[in-house]
Design a protein around this ligand. Sequence first.
Ligand code: OAD
Length: 244
Amino acid sequence: MKPVSSIVVLTGAGISAESGLSTFRDNNGLWCDHRIEDVATPQAFARNPKLVQDFYNMRRAQLASVEPNAAHIALAQLAERFQGSFTLVTQNVDNLHARALAGRTLRSHFELLPMHGELTKVRCSETEKIVNWQGDITPQSQCACCYETGTLRPHIVWFGEMPLYMNKIMRALQACDLFISIGTSGNVYPAAGFVQEVKRAGHGKTVELNLEPSQGHSLFDERIYGPATQLVPKFIDELINTTI
Ligand code: OAD
């Protein structure tokens, strides 16, 4: 592998699958049991806030019973050791990347960007203030900023809403010389278009690590298929050995 100075990694639900969290579109995925229109749009929340809160309360509670796996840990080790710029963009709202990174001395050019929000944060619909949150959100939950009940929503980007950190992400994609996409089906934009953004910039190598070919697999320069806990540590080890 050629030495690299700027890396962007994009992760999706597949990286957390072996920790025990369901993906969205695989057999028994979250979108098999729940319709997107019922639980993952602003209209759904306006129509039936309890149903939407229950869906995210269930997912938030599940975080207590799962741990980061070898793939999250390998990326955290890269964040500790890689001296260039490393932007870890995740579509996942679980906190497994953050937990794998916790307690490590991270390089100053590292950043974790959860572009679809975070289960462990809630947002006040009145003030847009974001606060950390552990338990369920119930109709009785009182907002710490406006002291109202019924104003808190999950800090999650729903369909029809703008993903977070897009300016930073686009800058990182345009500047990177290695883009690695891990555990995502490539169904949801803008993340599904990141590989094209790197190609447009014209200097970044693109790699897909996934259980099976994604929607956009043919756009990647290199493709390796298998479970993330096997592929990612091996790929990152090789990267560290050749670039650090
Ligand atoms: P998907 O469920 O669409 O895709 C998961 C991908 O992970 C599939 O391509 C699987 O083959 C792969 N996969 C499954 N197990 C794996 C493993 N052990 N190792 C490696 N790969 C594995 O999930 P995402 O692509 O993350 O958005 O979905 C993108 C967005 O769609 C989500 O962030 C969510 C969803 O609707 C919102 O809710 C806004």
